[in-house]
Design a protein around this ligand. Sequence first.
Ligand code: FES
Ligand SMILES: [Fe+2]
Length: 365
Amino acid sequence: MLTRRQSWTLKTLPHYTLKMSYDKRLTKFARPDFLPEGWYWLLASKEVKRGKPLPARFAGRDFVVFRGEDNRVRALDAHCPHMGAHLCDGAVEGNGIRCPFHRWKFDENGRCVDIPVQTETRHVAPLNSYPCEEAYGLIWLWTGDAGDAEPLPVIPELRGRRTDWAHGNAFTKNCHPNVVMINAIDAHHFRSVHRLIVDLNMKPTALGPRCIEFDNRTPMPRTNPFLRFASRFYADALTYRMTYWWGHTGSVTVGPDFLHFHIIFALRPSEDGRTEGRTILVTPKRKFGAIFNPILLWASKIVGNYFAKGDTLIFSRIKFNLRTPVKADRPILEFIGHYEKQKPASFGRGRQEESKWVSHDLPVI
Ligand code: FES
Ligand SMILES: [Fe+2]
């Protein structure tokens, strides 16, 4: 992790110009005390069955997650504002949930709508409710205000197309998600770890304030007969494109011009400072897709594993600290500059504290 005293200046990066300045302290990158506003996976969709609420925990918060009668998933604060029972032991009613203890009912927005022993419910502090969506077989939670919620990640070249997907590996890495994410644009290590024979030259394009894409511009080399043959399948540069959303979820696109493989890496920080990740393999629906797409998704998994496995030992012991950047690290510095501009998760901040009532503050209602 970068300590407060470390900084980079343009002087440390001679011979080329960086638009971003690193002479300021880094306050967000790879810091466990910073979480950007964004979507984070919470559970697998198949775990959340209709009528069966589940507990979930993320970023120091406990949630109850349940599927309402309309089949949509909701996430509320887990503990009842009456005496703190965990609502996952309660019952789903309509699109709301009833507490297992004194049977108070809360609607999908967290408002108390029924107290069995009285008609007055207006004075009960609402539970926080969190925007939730389902995509790629996962439940995703938005960590900001509902009005700020963005669309879930869509691989840019598949925008507007129907897709098939499959889950790859679930994994844990012994470092911050940012450190795992930048591995995909660490051009330097593709040769040293993965033995790639092409020097990638990743150029960034901001696709929005919270989304940045890095695209390789190096053509396929023609240094041996195999590469000369392979280069016929690339009209331009070797396809290697990495798109990041909120600094914690990214997609990689690789492959010859006639067949691209797409892999999403959905990462989140665990409470002990590690990374919990899921890989999602995606391919567009196509003619005879019922036959070909399972094969292509399986092949995408092989591609993903090739890149993921090579670094396993490194990530088991790394203490990330980029003290001596070199020219090949430039995409990493550009990613860090992008990440440092991310908005912090608001995550119902303030409202959580309001709900921590103690008995002497309260009128009896
Ligand atoms: S603790 Fe939930 S109704 Fe009493
Ligand atoms: Fe790697």
